[in-house]
Write a protein that binds this ligand. Sequence first.
Ligand SMILES: Cc1cc2nc3c(=O)[nH]c(=O)nc-3n(C[C@H](O)[C@H](O)[C@H](O)COP(=O)(O)OP(=O)(O)OC[C@H]3O[C@@H](n4cnc5c(N)ncnc54)[C@H](O)[C@@H]3O)c2cc1C
Length: 333
Amino acid sequence: MTTATVQDTVTSTGSRDESTLAGAALRAMAANPGLRAAFLRSSALRDLFSVPAGRYVVAHDRDGLRDRLALLSAKGYRTGVEYVGEEVTDPAEVEAIVQEYLALIAEAAPGTAEPVQLGFDLSNVGSLISPDLARENTSRILRAAQAKNITVVISMERSGFVDDILKVFHELAPEHPNVGLTLQAHLHRTPEDLDAVAGHGRKVRLVKGVYRESPHVALPRGAELNERYADLAARLLDRGVPLACGTHDAATLSLLDERGLIGRLAEIEMLHGVQPALLRACRTRGVPCRVATVYGENWWLHFLHRLAEHPPNVLTALADMADPGRVRFGEEY
Ligand SMILES: Cc1cc2nc3c(=O)[nH]c(=O)nc-3n(C[C@H](O)[C@H](O)[C@H](O)COP(=O)(O)OP(=O)(O)OC[C@H]3O[C@@H](n4cnc5c(N)ncnc54)[C@H](O)[C@@H]3O)c2cc1C
């Protein structure tokens, strides 16, 4: 992490309060390739953080995943699964990730009433080698998933990748009814991208956006972003798009409620471990709710992003390290 990157972020958010600074530092750590490489090399680092990361990562492998999904399902939640990873440039590693998704699909029980949803970054399945490879790999996964009635929602990545992701989505959407796309409300371009995406009628997951972006590219967190989020949700719903709102923010959910949008959503979706009590309250109200789970060993970035989004989570992480018994799967749902 360089001081310059942290300062850029602070300037871009226009705030110097301690929580903003802490979030900026954590995002810079997440983006730092040297730290990521150190995590991959060092079992000591992995061991140190595996307990607090366990709040957000459901299992290390497919075997550990099954029981946990079943528990969430039994509590009335839909589930989503991502094999957690980072940007991948090695073709063999890309193919191994594709094989992992194909194995996950092969093991899924056919015809279940509540299909599990899958999701991934295109940079995990080859977009950094070529967008064509990512499209072909995603198409392989989509074909296998469709046979099991499983939807695959493509994640949205940093702003420099958005053109490639949209291109791949536009190519896949006409032939694959089970493809969906994530849109980031914070990007200034999203209101213009929306109509073409909505035109396919495929599932959309609307999120605010997790990446550090310049003010020319994206809005910072705040009331203006929440308003834009609600406006985009309304536009997508008016276009008849099956819409999942991916947010952990009670204020954003209240805004959607005030505008009469909650009852029109396909679902509210939250990342596992972030706001289980809030998701439970939504489910109790009768709104369909999905827990987006991740599993695997490569969870460094996922973990740091959860801390960066809400820096008080750093204290929770330290407390979990001191008392691992605090991390009890599924209890708060
Ligand atoms: C299902 C799902 C899929 C996602 N996929 C993508 C994607 O493809 N691309 C992408 O860029 N981003 C993705 N995100 C992340 C998203 O963009 C946001 O960074 C994240 O949801 C935080 O924004 P927010 O609206 O939840 O809350 P914010 O507006 O960031 O925060 C408002 C309040 O919400 C609560 N809160 C938010 N985050 C946390 C947390 N980690 N722990 C505790 N409380 C919290 C706090 O009370 C906080 O004050 C995804 C999120 C979800 C839920």
